[in-house]
Each structure stands twice: as C-alpha cells, then as structure tokens.
Design a binder for this molecule. Structure first.
Ligand code: NAD
Ligand code: UDP
Length: 312
C-alpha cells in the first residue's frame, strides 16, 4: 500500500480524503497549518496506526518520503482567501513549487486541487476543459483564481521539464458535512441561517448559477483520477445540475421548514454569473458520474449542521 501525503488534510475535503485513504489501507500523512481546517475534522483518525498529522505551512519546503501527494491546501471560501490575499497567492504558488519539488525528488505522483475559478466569469456555458477562461487579474478574487492558474502552469511545466507524474482536477462547488459553521460559502451560510431562523442573504439578484457536488461523489472521482494511468487532465469534476442562488435558498428553506426571510445584499465584485461543468471527459476517461442529487445532499448536510448547532 502507498504512503500518501494530503496537504490541507484537516480541511473539509482533505479530511474526507484522509478517511477514505485509510479505509483503503494507505499510510496517510496529513499536513495542515490550520488556517481554515481544524483538528476536530480529523480527531477520529488521530489514533489510527497508519495516520500521522503534521502542523506545517506548505509555503515552506518539507522533506518526506511519500508515493502519492494530494495537494489540497488552500483556503477555498472567498471570505477566507480574501482575508490575506498575499498569503493565498503564496499558498497556491510557493505551495505548488514545494510539493512539485518534493514529488520530483521522491518520484511521487501528485494531484493538484484546481478549481472552476480558472474559468473566471465564463463566456462559454457549460465550461469545458478546452476553455481558457475569463479571469480578472487585478480583482478581489484574483489571488485565488490566478494563484490556482499558476499552480496549473507549474504542474504542466514540472511534467514537461522534469517528467513529474501529475494529475490536474478542476473542482466545481462542493458541499457537505464538516464544512466549518463560519466557512462563508453559500450552502453552509444558507443552512446555518435557516436553522437559526436568521435571514438568508443573497448577494446580487440571486439569478447567478452554480452547480453543487456532494462531497462523497467528489472524493470518489479524485481517487479514480489518482489511480488512472496515462491521463493527466485537466479534468472537470462536479455535479452538472445547475441552480440559481435563489433556487438554492428556496430549497433550503423548504427542506429545513424554516421561517427565515431572504434578504438581498449588494453583489460581490467579479462574482461569476453562470457556472456548470461539462463532465464529458470525466465520464469518458474515469467512468464517473455523480450519484447524490442536490436534495439528498442538502438533507445530509442539514442533519450535520443541526447536530453542530445543538452541541454549540
Ligand atoms: P478548506 O478551507 O476546508 O480546506 C483547506 C485546508 O488547507 C484547510 O485545512 C487549511 O487549514 C489548509 N491550508 C490553507 N493554507 C495552507 C497552507 N499555507 N499550508 C498548509 N495548509 C494550509 O477548503 P476545501 O473546500 O476543503 O478545499 C480543499 C481544496 O480544494 C482547496 O485547494 C480548494 O481550492 C479546492 N477546491 C475546493 C472547492 C470546494 O467547493 N470545496 C472547489 C474548488 C477547489
Ligand atoms: N452567495 C450568497 N450568499 C452567501 C454566500 C454566497 O448569495 O451567503 C452567493 C455568491 O455571491 C455566489 C454564490 O453564492 O454567487 C456562490 O458563492 P460561494 O462563496 O459559495 O462560492 P463561489 O462559487 O463564489 O466561489
């Protein structure tokens, strides 16, 4: 079995990935600086004999012996990545250089968690991997979008120049249990507000769209990608069901039975208007299809936040 490094292993996606890898018999090293992640996400893994947790910032190099690297470290929620934008760029760019340097030294396979944000505010719909994107290089979202674009460039250049064994996945909006209560992304914000009977705040007219993927579907496809030889990507991964933000708010109000009201707030700058992945490539190359629809996934996420709020 493999010795596997998960950067950002104490985060939302990283913690599920660690869990699944341990289930499959890997030795797992989770590395995290706990900026948005927490020990709580992985506390149930700490006693596992094949699990190790290292507090480390990927902006600094690290020497380890590993077979696989999942580079998941980076704040993903706009409020968190915009809080210290210079650090966000460093995490994506210097983090990728450090992890690629490690992969090169020990001949490890490395997967980079890229994002639908590389498409920016897209001019084509749905988005295919061949689209180069429409990204503002100087806006509030640029630290994240451009940082991830450079990380993709670095992956491809280390592959071409140094034959590093890479995998590039472009993740679309993903949600589920274990998102932080103050994560700031739309699904957790709306669920927490609805459960507290507080207003659900929509930024802009609410007609902007997103496609929401449930976490278990995403972890399945990330592992499929890592196990696949002769395909480096980039590949879109996400659920192609497309909903307006207003539809999402209404669905959550219905599912929670909340009496919360919807409040309209000023739109965010550079907020993409439409987003939906074309997942033909993932279907063809990885034989993957998401299986959890929005209502089912929201139901499980609502259950999780009900528990968290009760404990708090
Ligand atoms: P998250 O914020 O829950 O997790 C990120 C983790 O990385 C946290 O544990 C954080 O503490 C850690 N981290 C941040 N900066 C670090 C640094 N410099 N050194 C070490 N650790 C650091 O977010 P998530 O949703 O789990 O996202 C994981 C990855 O997937 C990110 O790279 C994100 O960009 C990407 N992604 C996620 C989504 C999504 O919808 N969830 C969509 C697109 C891309
Ligand atoms: N959004 C919203 N209310 C919130 C949080 C987000 O209306 O409390 C909107 C946001 O403006 C965007 C969409 O929901 O249009 C998704 O935002 P999120 O921060 O989840 O992720 P993004 O896809 O923008 O990175």
């Amino acid at each position: 079995m493999k010795r596997t490094l998960v950067t950002g292993g104490a985060g939302f996606l990283g913690s599920f990935l660690c869990e699944k890898l341990l289930d499959q018999g890997h030795e797992v090293i989770a590395l995290d600086n706990f900026y948005t992640g927490s020990r709580k996400n992985i506390s149930h893994l700490l006693d596992h004999p094949s699990f190790e947790l290292i507090r480390h910032d990927i902006v600094e190099p690290i020497l380890l012996e590993v077979d696989w690297i999942f580079n998941m470290a980076c704040p993903a929620s706009p409020i968190h990545y915009q809080y210290n934008p210079v650090k966000t760029v460093k995490t994506s760019v210097m983090g990728a250089i450090n992890m690629l340097g490690l992969a090169k030294r020990v001949s490890a396979r490395i997967l980079q968690a890229s994002t639908s944000e590389v498409y920016g505010d897209p001019e084509i719909h749905p988005q295919q991997e061949s689209y180069w994107g429409s990204v503002n290089p100087i806006g509030l979202r640029s630290c994240y979008d451009e940082g991830k674009r450079v990380a993709e460039t670095l992956m491809m250049d280390y592959h071409r120049q140094n034959q590093v064994d890479i995998k590039l996945v472009r993740i679309f909006n993903t949600y589920g249990p274990r998102m932080h209560i103050n994560d700031g992304r739309v699904v957790s914000n709306f669920i927490v507000a609805a459960l507290k009977e507080e207003p659900l705040e929509i930024f802009g007219d609410g007609e902007q769209t997103r496609s929401f993927c449930y976490v278990s579907d995403l972890i399945d496809v990330i592992l499929k990608m890592m196990n696949k030889d002769d395909f480096i990507g980039p590949v879109n991964i996400g659920n192609p069901g497309e909903f307006t933000i207003r539809e999402l708010a209404e669905k959550i109000l219905k599912l929670t039975g909340s009496r919360s009201k919807i409040q309209v707030r000023q739109e965010r700058s550079d907020d993409p208007v439409r987003r939906r992945p074309d997942i033909s490539l993932a279907r063809e190359k990885l034989g993957w299809e998401p299986s959890v629809d929005l209502e089912e996934g929201l139901g499980k996420t609502i259950e999780y936040f009900e528990k968290v709020l009760k404990e708090a």
